[in-house]
Write a protein that binds this ligand. Structure first.
Ligand code: BG6
Length: 492
């Protein structure tokens, strides 16, 4: 019971939560740079300025209804705390961090490229050379340890100028800007990066349109159009990659969680099916190559009319994703019945599942869910899969001697990796790799907190930005090293 010989073990991060250096090296501002910190109970906010009166304010940022008042544009406001600005400082500490990854034996490292570091406004005609050089050094460092980079082109990091000037991804012009960005970096790093992802959790457009698409007005029409534009942009990225070098593989990235009906009431099955379709839709188009009938009917019912061009659908079909990657932290349980308790989770709320335990943020941990997810997605799309996010957020405590005894994390990962191993060995799923989320502690996307930690390596920083940023290995660091060494055979 182990994994294929070339299985890509590693960890995952995102620039907006990890990199920092927000105004260094010629980088422009992106959408996450105007998001404040929140907590489990206080939502993250996007700050704005009224261009007519100069007044400032904020709206809830990580949610489906982030709409800005008239004449107001997202902006960095003095005196506010923005966790992305320093994050956990990969920008200055990449050598140290990649050395930790090398020590654990990583075969791959998933990071995102900060689009605004390469094209500060998003629509610039020439790239920022200093930004290109930064990632070049990062990839060289990875190569020293035999680590294959897996790069997300856009992980909640739309250049802010595109949001303000064009209304974000609802505007078709973003397709061209993204295509130019993708072509530039595919060519520049042709010899160094083989695996790319287009949009992190592309289905996040449903739940957080400002975060996922820089939308200032999250109307159903705009969300549908923005998703369509991202699909076309993704297909154009696949096309560009194939023209530049057929060795380059461009994958989709989906937020996926199995949806369980709470009871055997057929109406609970129907509800679970409908909710699952909200996610499948995004993979049906980007990986499957077609708009599914259930979504077209929904658009028809809601009076949504997409602005398309004649070759859009041919592009989607011909240049669907080479592989399907996804995040999966647990499952969601849903019901039509009203006498049930609510619970939270990654992106969608569900019902408390009595068979599952939850972490301090209410996310259910579900050991079986990776096997279920892998089977569902493989048998629906028949393309190689890659788990690019899985893990558990915990308020870890560092001891005086720098150690962190995160037995709960080891326990969670042990069960999840076993479930994934069963999907490969028992069910024959074609799985390329596994990158544990937040391998070095970073800022939480959902809450903006530091205390919701995921890493194998602890970073000394708190929720208000205090701390030395010093790194120290947690117990899970040594455990994961052994897992990689034995190619997943020894999970004890
Ligand atoms: C995924 C995102 O939704 O979940 C990551 O791709 C995020 O950016 C991760 O950090 C965990 O969520 P959170 O809210 O705990 O940071």
């Amino acid at each position: 019971m182990s994994f294929p010989k070339n299985f890509l073990w590693g960890g995952a991060t995102a620039a907006n939560q990890y990199e920092g250096g927000w105004n260094e090296g010629g980088k422009g501002i992106n959408t996450s740079d105007v998001m404040t910190a929140g907590s489990h109970t206080i939502p993250r906010r996007v700050t704005y300025k009224n261009v007519k009166t100069g007044e400032t304010g904020s709206i809830i940022g990580f949610g489906p209804y982030a709409k800005f008042p008239e004449n107001c544009i997202p902006a960095v406001i003095e005196g506010e705390y923005y966790p992305s600005h320093v994050a956990t400082d990969f920008y200055h500490r990449y050598k140290e961090d990649i050395a930790y990854m090398g020590e654990m034996g990583f075969k791959t490292f998933r990071l995102s490229m900060n689009w605004a570091r390469i094209f500060p406004h998003g629509d610039d005609s020439e790239p920022n050379e200093e930004g290109l050089k930064f990632y070049d050094k990062v990839f060289d460092e990875c190569a020293k340890y035999g680590i294959e980079p897996l790069v997300t082109l856009s992980h909640y990091e739309t250049p802010l100028h595109l949001a303000i000037q064009y209304g974000g991804w609802a505007n078709r012009k973003c397709i061209d800007f993204f295509e130019n960005y993708a072509k530039t970096v595919f060519k520049y790093y042709e010899e160094k990066v083989k695996y790319w992802l287009t949009f992190n959790e592309i289905n996040c457009m449903e739940f957080a349109p400002f975060v996922a698409g820089g939308l200032l007005d999250p109307s159903p029409q705009n969300k549908a159009q923005a998703a369509h534009n991202q699909f076309v942009a993704s297909a154009k990225a696949v096309k560009a990659a194939r023209e530049i070098n057929t060795e380059i593989k461009v994958g989709q990235m989906l937020a996926y969680q199995p949806i369980y009906p709470y009871t055997c009431d057929p109406y609970d099955q129907l509800l679970a099916m409908e909710i699952a379709q909200n996610t499948f839709f995004y993979a049906d188009v980007q990986t499957g190559g077609h708009y599914p009938a259930y979504r077209l009917k929904k658009y028809e019912r809601e009076g949504i009319v997409l602005n398309t061009e004649s070759d859009d659908f041919e592009l989607l079909e011909k240049y669907s994703a080479d592989f399907l990657s996804f995040s999966c932290y647990g499952s969601t349980t849903v019901s039509t019945h009203e006498d049930v308790n609510k619970s939270s989770g990654n992106l969608i709320m569900g019902i408390k599942n009595p068979y599952l335990e939850t972490n301090a943020w209410g996310w259910a941990t579900d050991p079986a869910c990776l096997r279920i997810a892998l089977n569902t997605l493989y048998n629906r799309y028949h393309k190689p899969l890659w788990i690019v996010e899985n893990g558990i957020g915990w308020d870890d405590k560092k001891e005086e001697d720098g150690s962190v005894h995160d037995t709960y994390r080891i326990e969670y990962l042990r069960k999840n990796i076993k479930s994934m191993r069963d999907a490969v060995n028992i069910d024959g799923v074609d799985l390329m790799g596994y990158t544990m989320w937040g391998c070095i502690d970073l800022v939480s996307a959902g809450t903006g907190e530091m205390k919701k930690r995921y890493g194998f390596v602890y970073v000394d920083r708190d929720d208000r930005g205090n701390g030395t940023l010093e790194r120290s290995r947690k117990d899970s660091f040594y455990w994961y090293k052994k897992v990689i060494e034995t190619n997943g055979e020894d999970l004890d």
